[in-house]
Ligand binder design. Structure first.
Ligand SMILES: [Fe+2]
Length: 416
């Protein structure tokens, strides 16, 4: 598995020629669909190309498709036009009765519709919420109970559900590669994690991101970038997750500014692969302090998730880089953490941990995302109080350095 931090001219990602994310190759007796960039990290036969979709459906004897999507995103992304022809004469039932940040009763609604229809496959098209609804509907489809019983852990998730094909229309969450999803029960956020949640098939089509507003491209790209960095240093990181994350960061660090400032098909392709690899990385390593301290910004002041996480990145990096050895909770020790942070430095063009802070701030400034509370137009003292009191303990538990609520106040002060 490649863990190289530097790109070279032979790097498939360095090609300036736009190409589809996936191409089909013969793998033993099976035809699988790979991208050369993805293959350099880890080939994955979950990937399917648009052109190969009819073959996949034929192989799986698909006659009935349960399509979970936000109708707006489905149309505007171009997915409707591309997929409708590929569905052919199969029966397709559309489910779109859900809201951003889906609720448990919406999952119940989806399950009821899915049971009535009896699909051979679920196709989920959209950003995070559409994919979350499809993943949760499958996992929570347990006879005689409601979705909240599964979400709240009273009943085990369904592991025998119908197959799921995930088609992301943003380059951000990486939800198509993860085994967890967020859902709200009575206003409280839950994250259901189960291996059965992970989609068996993933279709990455960068063209579906072309019509996104710049604000969505920015927020989703920042989310992917932070997910890559956080999963690098997470206490749950593995050799594999760090390889995915490092590759994701290599791609995203250059592709995201291009997608915003001078978008090309190739930049969108790299950003979509970056987000997918970051998704694979957090599927193993999960997220840490930046995410843990971001949720209040989104819940209280509607700061888009990616921008909220990115606002936390530089101060959290500063605190983590300066932490005493006694504060490091990763059993691999401070040396391991230092090595990982240096790997991030190499990718983002920083010569040491301090310079990395400058590089991060320069990047955020260049992208036009807030770098302090004033730019985010939120009251600084309220932000410090509410964020430090509203830290997500699970995400924070993955951070390699102990951060107390008092430490959080110290981290946040420079943003005031
Ligand atoms: Fe995220």
């Amino acid at each position: 598995m490649s863990t190289s931090a530097s790109s070279s001219s032979s790097d498939p990602a360095s090609s300036s020629v736009a190409s589809p994310v996936c191409a089909s190759v013969q793998h033993g007796r099976r035809k699988v669909f790979v991208d050369p960039v993805l293959a350099s990290v880890d080939p994955d036969d979950r990937l399917v190309s648009l052109e190969a979709l009819p073959e996949l459906f034929a192989t799986l004897a698909v006659r009935r498709v349960f399509l979970v999507c936000d109708r707006g995103a489905y149309q505007f992304s171009g997915a409707a036009e591309s997929l409708a022809g590929l569905f052919g004469d199969r029966d397709v039932e559309v489910f779109d009765r859900f809201t951003p940040n889906p609720k448990d009763f919406e999952i119940d609604d989806a399950i009821a519709a899915m049971r009535r229809f009896g699909p051979d496959i679920i196709v989920a098209v959209g950003g995070g919420s559409g994919l979350d609804v499809a993943k949760l509907s499958r996992a929570c489809d347990v006879a005689g109970v409601s979705a909240r019983d599964v979400i709240c852990g009273k009943v085990a998730a369904n592991t025998q559900g119908v197959r799921l094909l995930a088609v992301p229309t943003t380059s951000g969450t990486g939800s198509e590669a993860t085994h967890f999803s967020a859902v709200y029960v009575d206003g409280k956020k839950y994250s259901l994690a189960d291996q059965s949640m992970r989609p068996e098939h993933v279709l990455l089509e960068p063209r579906f991101t072309e019509s996104l507003p710049a604000s969505v491209t920015l927020a989703s790209g920042l989310d992917a970038t932070c997910q890559a960095i956080e999963s690098m240093w997470s206490v749950k990181s593995t050799d594999a997750s760090r390889a995915y994350a490092e590759r994701a960061l290599q791609l995203a660090w250059h592709a995201l500014p291009e997608c915003l400032l001078r978008p090309t098909a190739e930049a969108r392709r790299r950003m979509m692969i970056a987000a997918h690899l970051a998704g694979r990385a957090i599927n193993l390593g999960q997220t840490t302090a930046c995410h843990a301290m971001s949720y209040t910004l989104t819940a209280k002041w509607n700061i888009p998730h990616g921008q909220a996480v990115a606002l936390m990145l530089e101060p959290v990096w500063h605190f983590t880089a300066d932490a005493e050895s006694s504060s490091v909770i990763d059993p691999r020790g401070r040396g391991h953490l230092h090595d990982v942070m240096l790997r991030v430095c190499r990718v983002i063009g920083a010569h040491d941990l301090r310079h990395a802070r400058d590089r991060i701030v320069q990047m955020l400034h260049r992208l036009g995302t807030p770098i302090n509370f004033s730019e985010a137009k939120i009251p600084a003292r309220d932000a410090v109080d509410l964020i430090s009191q509203g830290i997500d303990p699970v995400r924070m538990g993955n951070h390699p350095v102990r951060i107390t609520p008092e430490d959080a106040v110290q981290i946040l002060e420079p943003l005031c």
